[in-house]
Every structure is written in structure tokens, then in C-alpha cells.
Design a protein. Structure first.
Length: 617
């Protein structure tokens, strides 16, 4: 297995400038006149830019990954009877005005840092370092495109600017007419500027191939959601008019997007991991030998060890990820952003069953304890064909696989199905009696391979260092199939798990994406782009979400059925089009609807937008 990469926490750079009345140069502080002065300075800024992704993770319910999982039909809000926030996200409602404040703040911190790098890239002479300049600038364009894409998919029309400083006021821009063309331009610039092999696979930096993938992902959402193109393989798609910036010329065509994907498929050096299970941390070498589900692979004498166990962080299928390090602590502004808290949030529900029995000890190996949020909806389990190996590689049927699993006295919306891809993992050498020490498999691995103590003080809460994977090579293959109608990429993905070939159809590629990426935060926006803007209650997304109504769930130890907290999933989707509320604090600060107004379906005048407590079942 690969060791996790210990990232240095990059502090944000405080750029100050001299007051206009001072007839002197500030030689002791970094400012816009004397900083950046070298490639090293810009690389420091770039590290701080990547670090913004970890800011979101200080509250997983503000991350693109977790929010989109909960809002999809793949997952329930779940958690405990007091966990109002995760239910609010999953029911497309608000539980408090500050629910998405961190996501908004982090998005604009990221945009500001990316703009600062792009605007100051030529503050010094790059002679002899032209390739370094192109790579660094390409990474900054990539990250700006990423943060704007997250912001636009969260909130739609948002304040936007592409200069070194935001104007005052900074009004909302049309996502369709203005922001998405800029997003596509940023990813295309990134793809053209970055060079193959300039960064090391899995080092946490964006690459040319990640830019190709995100160019396609953004393009497909733009054409599907905003332009209502429907089936992209057969649709007639107009060229997208792009703003002028370095690294691009002319408009963006579908052919260019397809060519970028084919470049990544042929030249990236990436490969599909041989066994689908090896993508997920439960297959690590400390846990897999004692996990019945993995024994056929572990005991295969024809395979070398590096083909039996977890492929590791930064593996050859990952295009882009958020990385973590042993820096997590409950004190400090973003300290817990250096821990993959999604593993903690999605672990088996803690507390007991009323008789003292708990989850997360020897009886539920290798699955550990956590908050029990984002449990898998029963529909996903029931609709997924049993002959697809990805089903059991993705979903933990806890009642069947874990002899000691219990429904706790505080659980809610728990069908007994959990997301294996992200949940907390233990091993036989875990110290179950003391979760402050080596409780998770990472805790054991860390204690045996490093001398760094867990800064969080609790292995159960702080020993989670698995990459949060944002894009895999499988997505490149499936996007290519969806855009072209060529089933070759889709069938490579199917072949990896031993499934027979299928011909292309829109239904087939939709199903393939659902099964391949279940629980990875992609389903919700796939549904949105397949439905188109203003789809109403009868669109694909609304109908899929509404199927959660009446599904079987356990509530505080008894079985019941799930219902929407305030109205219905179909109604809430139709009212909001899947967009989140703009934080009311921002609306109040601006106090001018001509500059910033609330999204449709939200606000005090919408009766079903707010929930005061968790749903009672």
C-alpha cells in the first residue's frame, strides 16, 4: 500500500499594500508591490489555493461531495435524532440560516486566491522557466474553474469576477450566460497550458488530464442542465462562445471536449484498478485478511500483494482528489479539514441499542463507528442487479455482513445499508477498548509507521487520511461514451468487474453511471443535467428523488417508512431546481436585490423551505 502524503498546512497569505499617502516602500511585509517575486512565491500561493479544498471539509455538510450525496436518491440524511443539518440537506430544506455559510465562504476564498495567482503571474521575469510558468498558471486556472463550478452548481447565479480584486458591489452574474463560459474557458486553458508529466501522479496537484475530465464534466452539465440538450450523443450542440484568456482561442466545440477525453484515455498513463474493491480502503492490507468479502482476492496465490490489497491514495485510477494529513485537531480554524471527516460522518451509527450493544467493535469488523449519516437508500440496493459485483463492493448490508450490527436508540433513516466507499474502517489489531488510540486501521498503520501522535486525541474521530476522490479514470471512459455513443469506454468499465458488453443507449449509460459511481457525489448533478433546467415535478430528477418516499427505514430501533420533512422531494426539487439557498447573512449584508437576491424556492415566504427539527417516523 502507498503511504499517505503528509501535506504541510499552507497558511493563507495576508497581502497588504502601503497607504497611498506613504511615500515609502514596505520592505518587511508581502504586498502587491513586492510579492510575488519568484516562482517559489507563487508556488506558496498555489499550496494555499489547494488548501482551500480542506477548508470545506471542516464541516462535511458543506462539501460538494457530501451535499450532493445527501441530496441524491442514493443516500438518506440519516444520522441521529438530533442531527437536524444532515436531514435538512437531504430533504432540500434549511434547518438554520448558517447551514451553507462555510461553503459560500470557502468558495470565494478559493476564487480570490486563484484570481490573485492568475493576475500576478507575470510580476517577475520567467526567462528560462516558461514551462514552469505555464504549468503553474494552468493549475490556477483549473482551481478557479473548480471553485466557480462548485459555486454555480450549488447556487446558480452568483457574484462573479475574474480580476485581482472584486468590484464593489459585485453583483450576481448569470450562470448560463456568463459564469459557465468562464468555467469552460478556465478548464480549457488549464488543459492547454499544463504539460503531460509535469506533476507526479497522486501528489495532490491538478494535471492536464484532470483538466480534460473537468472540462467534460462542466460542459455536460452546461449543455444538459442549461441548454436542455437531452441525450448528448445525439444532440446538436452549438459551439460555446468563450471569453478571451491565455491558453485558448476561439469557441468550444463538442469535438474539442471529446478530443481532450481521448487524449486522457490514450496518453495519461492512468489505468483502471484491476479489482473494483481495491479502490476502497476496506481492502487495505491490515483489514482485508480478516474480511470475508475480500478473502477470494487475498488468498489468490496467482496474484502479487500489490494486486490483492488497496491501491492506495494517489493510485493510478485517480485523476483528482482532496488529500489529508496527520494535522487534525478540534482547535484551530481549519484543523479538522486535514482529516477526512466524511469517513467519520458515514461510519456505523454510534450509541447503543438500549441493551448496551454498540457498533464499531470486533463484531462489525472491518467497519468502524461514526455518526451514521448518509446511509444508503433502500431503493439503490433493491434496484441494483445482484449480478453486478459493484453492488456489494459499494454497499454494506450491515445486518447481513456484520454479526454485531445494531440499530441504535438514536438512529434515523437507517435502512441498514452503508456506503463502503467512504465509511470508517477498522482492523483486527485495533484497540477497540480505547478509541482514543489505534482504533481505525489508519490509527494502527500510523502508530506502526510514524512517530506522529494523533493531534485530535481520538483515533475514531481523527485517524482518517484516505483521499476524497473527486474524479477517476472510469469517469473519463463513461463521459466519452455518453458524448459519442461509442460504447467502448463503457464496456472497459464493465469488463473490469466481469460484466458482459452492452451496446450504447441513453438508458444504459445512465444506469452505468449510477452503478459505477454510487455514493461518490455524482448522482445528483447527473440527474439534474439529464432533466434540464425548470424540469418541474415530472422530470427525471424529481421523480427519482420522490421515490425515497415510503422506503423502509429504521427509526430509533423500530422499522417504519420514510416521508418528506415538509412537503415532498419532487415539490422541493421543482421549487429549487436543485439549487441551495444563498446564505441569508450575505443577502442581509448586501440588502439590495439588484446586486444579490435569494434563489427560487427559498426564503421566509416559502412554506416548505424550512424544517425546525429532524423528521419523526
Amino acid at each position: 500500500m502507498k503511504k499517505y502524503l503528509a501535506l504541510a498546512a499552507a497558511a493563507s497569505l495576508a497581502l497588504t499594500s502601503c497607504e497611498d499617502f506613504l511615500d515609502s516602500e514596505n520592505y518587511t511585509q508581502a504586498n502587491s508591490k513586492n510579492y510575488p517575486a519568484s516562482a517559489k512565491d507563487l508556488n506558496t500561493e498555489l499550496a494555499a489555493l489547494y488548501g482551500v479544498m480542506n477548508q470545506y471539509v471542516t464541516d462535511p455538510l458543506n462539501t460538494y461531495f457530501m451535499v450532493n450525496n445527501l441530496m441524491s436518491d442514493d443516500c438518506n440524511g440519516a444520522g441521529g435524532t438530533g442531527d437536524v443539518e444532515c436531514h435538512a440537506v437531504a430533504h432540500l430544506t434549511m434547518s438554520k440560516e448558517s447551514l451553507y455559510d462555510l461553503a459560500w465562504h470557502s468558495t470565494y476564498v478559493g476564487i480570490a486566491r486563484a484570481n490573485a495567482i492568475i493576475s500576478s503571474v507575470d510580476a517577475f521575469d520567467w526567462t528560462g522557466q516558461e514551462d514552469t510558468r505555464s504549468q503553474l498558471l494552468g493549475e490556477a486556472y483549473f482551481m478557479r474553474g473548480l471553485f466557480y463550478m462548485w459555486g454555480a452548481q450549488f447556487w446558480g447565479d452568483i457574484p462573479a469576477y475574474w480580476a485581482d480584486h472584486a468590484p464593489d458591489p459585485c453583483p450576481q452574474q448569470s450562470a448560463e450566460e456568463v459564469i459557465y463560459p468562464h468555467i469552460l474557458a478556465d478548464f480549457l486553458s488549464a488543459y492547454n497550458l499544463m504539460q503531460a508529466g509535469k506533476t507526479t501522479q497522486g501528489d495532490g496537484h491538478a494535471t492536464k488530464w484532470a483538466a480534460a475530465g473537468y472540462l467534460a464534466r462542466a460542459y455536460m452539465f452546461y449543455e444538459g442542465f442549461y441548454k436542455k440538450a437531452g441525450e448528448l450523443a445525439t444532440a446538436s450542440l452549438a459551439d460555446v462562445v468563450l471569453p478571451e484568456q491565455e491558453g485558448i482561442s476561439g469557441n468550444l466545440t463538442k469535438a474539442q471536449v471529446v478530443a481532450a477525453l481521448e487524449d486522457a484515455m490514450k496518453n495519461s498513463g492512468l489505468n483502471l484498478i484491476s479489482d473494483y474493491r481495491r479502490l476502497w480502503q476496506y481492502s487495505n492490507e491490515l483489514s482485508a485478511p480478516d474480511y470475508e468479502f475480500m478473502k477470494d482476492l487475498v488468498e489468490n496465490k496467482d496474484l502479487a500483494d500489490d494486486q490483492k490489497y488497496w491501491a492506495g491514495n494517489g493510485n493510478e485510477e485517480q485523476l483528482f482528489q482532496i488529500q489529508f494529513a496527520n494535522l487534525g485537531s478540534w482547535s484551530g480554524t481549519i484543523s479538522m479539514g486535514w482529516v477526512n471527516q466524511i469517513s467519520l460522518y458515514c461510519g456505523l451509527r454510534c450509541d447503543d441499542d438500549g441493551s448496551g450493544n454498540i457498533n464499531g467493535d470486533e463484531t462489525t469488523l472491518p467497519f468502524g463507528q461514526g455518526w451514521g449519516q448518509g446511509t444508503i437508500n433502500a431503493n439503490l440496493w433493491e434496484e441494483w442487479p445482484d449480478d453486478d459485483p459493484r453492488k456489494r463492493a459499494t454497499i454494506l448490508d450491515a445486518q447481513s455482513e456484520c454479526k454485531g450490527f445494531v440499530f441504535t436508540t438514536s438512529c434515523t433513516e437507517d435502512a441498514g445499508y452503508y456506503n463502503k466507499k467512504v465509511m470508517s474502517i477498522t482492523c483486527a489489531r485495533s484497540t477497540f477498548s480505547d478509541m482514543a488510540t489505534a482504533y481505525t486501521w489508519w490509527g494502527v498503520y500510523r502508530s506502526e509507521n510514524t512517530d506522529k501522535a494523533n493531534k485530535n486525541g481520538s483515533s475514531m474521530q481523527g485517524d482518517h487520511f484516505t483521499d476524497l476522490v473527486l474524479m477517476r479514470l472510469a469517469d473519463i471512459y463513461l463521459m466519452h461514451t455518453e458524448l459519442t455513443g461509442n460504447a467502448e469506454g463503457m464496456n472497459k468499465v464493465r469488463k473490469r468487474v466481469g460484466l458482459p458488453e452492452k451496446g450504447y443507449s441513453w438508458e444504459n449509460i445512465q444506469n452505468e453511471r449510477r452503478w459505477e459511481f454510487a455514493g461518490e457525489g455524482l448522482r445528483f448533478n447527473d440527474l439534474r443535467r439529464w432533466s434540464g433546467k425548470n424540469g418541474g415535478e415530472s422530470c427525471l430528477a424529481a421523480v427519482a428523488l420522490e421515490k425515497q418516499n415510503g422506503t423502509r427505514v429504521n427509526y430509533t430501533g423500530r422499522w417504519t417508512t420514510m416521508h418528506h420533512a415538509t412537503s415532498s422531494w419532487a415539490k422541493r426539487y421543482a421549487e429549487t431546481d436543485g439549487f441551495l439557498p444563498i446564505p441569508p447573512s450575505q443577502i442581509n449584508i448586501v440588502a439590495d436585490e439588484a446586486v444579490l437576491k435569494q434563489n427560487a424556492g427559498w426564503g421566509s415566504g416559502v412554506a416548505d423551505a424550512n424544517m425546525s427539527g429532524t423528521p419523526k417516523y
